[in-house]
Design a protein around this ligand. Structure first.
Ligand code: COA
Length: 226
């Protein structure tokens, strides 16, 4: 059982920037994707701007991190730099961090589409739970600055060869317009609208700590599945 707090990072968390960067660095090397290390200033700016999520065990030991970034004149938001310390993997921590980053993105940029690119099954599963859908790259931002971030990936030649239309990553997108459509449909159909099977499962599915799906900010207890 671990006692982990998942928070929106602030100035008081600047002391963790190097640990965040070191953890991202190690994971990038292990995955062999050659993702560039972010600068101290970059991560620090995210914390100071209230655009980062940090997870701490017992209030002081670094456990995980993620930040949000806008693209295409804030019409798109990506949750990036997701990292969970090795000692904290497999207990649902990335899920909690991404949930919090998703909520923060919705709160700060309610009209923006939220998206991500990943080859990782864990991230695909989490995104799917949050309501993202797999899409072709044509549905993602055309902001050149975003795609420049792929330059340090070992597969970048594939992306250029296909004119940025496809690569090894899966693009996943959440569009707030889907919620509006649902509400509109509800208005038109009255109470009779049906949830999708996935909605129903999500409502019934307990969290990793055994409680019901929706969670408030603050403390979370995670049970190891090992
Ligand atoms: C990927 C990473 C963030 C996952 O963190 P985590 O806290 O272990 O993930 P969770 O425990 O929340 O697991 C989420 C889901 O993914 C599954 N999962 C976790 N790690 C997995 C793996 N290596 N392979 C396949 N599935 C995995 C879990 O079983 C869980 O699925 P479930 O909801 O069906 O049970 C972590 O391994 C990490 O930091 N890796 C290095 C950095 C990285 O790859 N970042 C992502 C960049 S896109």
């Amino acid at each position: 059982m671990k006692n982990i707090q998942v928070l929106v990072a602030t100035e008081e968390h600047l002391k963790y920037v190097d640990q965040v960067n070191d953890a991202i660095d190690i994971a990038s090397k292990e995955r062999g994707t050659g993702i560039a290390r972010r600068t101290y200033e970059y991560i620090a700016d995210k914390m100071l701007a209230g655009k980062a999520i940090i997870a701490l065990e017992n209030g002081d030991t670094f456990a995980g991190f993620c930040y949000i970034e806008t693209w295409g004149a804030k019409s798109f938001v990506a949750n990036s730099g997701l990292i969970v310390g090795k000692a904290y993997r497999g207990i649902g921590l990335a899920t909690e961090i991404k949930r919090k980053a998703f909520a923060l993105s919705r709160q700060k940029y309610p009209e923006a589409k939220i998206f991500g690119l990943t080859t990782g099954l864990a991230v695909m599963k989490i995104n799917h739970e949050l309501g993202y859908r797999p899409v072709t790259f044509s549905e993602l931002t055309d902001d050149e600055e975003f795609w420049k971030g792929c330059q340090s990936c070992v597969n970048y030649d594939i992306l250029t060869r296909t004119g940025k239309s496809k690569c090894l990553c899966t693009g996943m997108l959440y569009d707030p317009a889907w919620e509006k459509e649902k509400k509109e449909e509800k208005k038109q159909n009255g109470w009779a609208i049906k949830d999708t099977l996935l909605d129903i499962i999500n409502k019934l599915k307990p969290n990793k700590n055994g409680s019901q799906a929706k969670k408030e900010e603050g403390f979370s207890l995670f049970k190891s599945r090992k």
